[in-house]
Design a protein around this ligand. Structure first.
Ligand SMILES: Nc1ncnc2c1ncn2[C@@H]1O[C@H](COP(=O)(O)OP(=O)(O)OP(=O)(O)O)[C@@H](O)[C@H]1O
Length: 279
């Protein structure tokens, strides 16, 4: 039987007379995994922050079941002098984790996400992608009832995305409710069972192709001299920038690949390899 844990009814959010979200009405069932998509500035973060109670609605009602543990992982972290390890220990202790379990989890997760060597670097010196990994590790230290993740995959390399997707699926199978904003359509289909699109302040359900039907490809290109990446290619699809050998690695859905391929060839790139990605 559905167990509604969060319900939004005609919720709106206005910043400085600008309506960012209007009449948002939907409910979240326990154990659902929902992705929010939309252009930059469409209101994805605002919606997650409303649900996490970090900002208050300008109108409408937002109800959540009492006693739920929410974890919200922001897209951007403050540039702190704390090291990642100090930050994780601090957050873990707030969550009531005992020191030994915390250390074990911290070691395991930081190795899984390839940042073990960076745990003692002050966070202000870490890259955006590494900071996001720290945020994701923090979220995974203690299983919450509801995990809210703001763009958890942007800025992460392809191996870390694969680890992240595996971990998120594990949490999902353990009954954690997942709400996340995500730019990459081919990734949302892998981690969510419902997709909402935000446009012009309106939140509506988006078509979602079943992930088993939607293939994703890795495309490796060799660059001819002067070859340029054509405009219109999302920075999120480019996994590895041009290396010394002039190679570029792109991750794209089947549909996106069909669109990208002629554009890249036209700009002088040569397709070296294309293979299905099984993350
Ligand atoms: N605290 C704030 N004060 C004023 N305006 C804000 C505030 N927070 C967000 N906004 C504005 O609200 C709009 C939606 O922002 P939001 O960050 O929710 O979008 P987003 O979809 O998450 O964007 P992105 O993909 O770039 O992170 C933007 O126009 C933004 O400038």
């Amino acid at each position: 039987m559905p167990d509604t844990i969060i319900a939004l009814n005609t919720v709106s959010k206005i910043y400085d007379k600008k309506t960012v979200l209007k009449d948002v009405t939907f409910s979240v069932q326990r154990g659902q995994s929902i992705a929010f998509t939309g252009h930059n500035g469409s209101g994805k973060s605002t919606l997650l922050k409303l649900i996490a109670r970090l900002v208050t609605p300008s109108g409408g009602t937002l109800i959540s079941k009492s006693g739920l543990l929410f974890h919200y992982i922001p897209e951007h972290f403050p540039k702190s002098s704390l090291t990642a390890r100090q930050y994780l220990r601090h957050m873990g202790s707030i969550d009531g984790l005992n020191k030994d379990i915390l250390k074990e989890q911290e070691d395991k997760l930081s190795e899984d996400f390839f940042i073990h060597g960076m745990l003692d670097v002050p966070m202000k010196h870490l890259s955006k992608g590494t900071l996001q990994k720290v945020g994701v590790i923090q979220a995974l230290l203690k299983k919450p009832d509801v995990l809210l993740l703001d763009e958890p995959l942007s800025g992460q390399d392809i191996e870390s995305q694969a680890v992240f997707i595996r971990k998120v699926k594990e949490l999902h199978s353990e009954g954690v409710t997942l709400l996340m904003s995500c730019h990459e359509p081919h990734l949302t289909t892998r981690i969510s069972d419902l997709v909402f699109e935000i446009e012009g302040g309106i939140v509506r359900t988006a078509d979602k192709e079943p992930s088993i039907l939607q293939k994703n490809y890795i495309l490796l290109f060799d660059g001819a001299p002067q070859a340029q990446v054509p405009p219109g290619i999302s920075p999120y699809t480019v996994m590895d920038r041009t290396d010394q050998k002039g190679r570029l690695k792109i991750s794209a859905s089947e549909q996106e690949s069909d669109r990208l391929l002629p554009l890249m060839l036209e700009k002088g790139w040569k397709l070296r390899e294309m293979y299905e990605d099984h993350i």
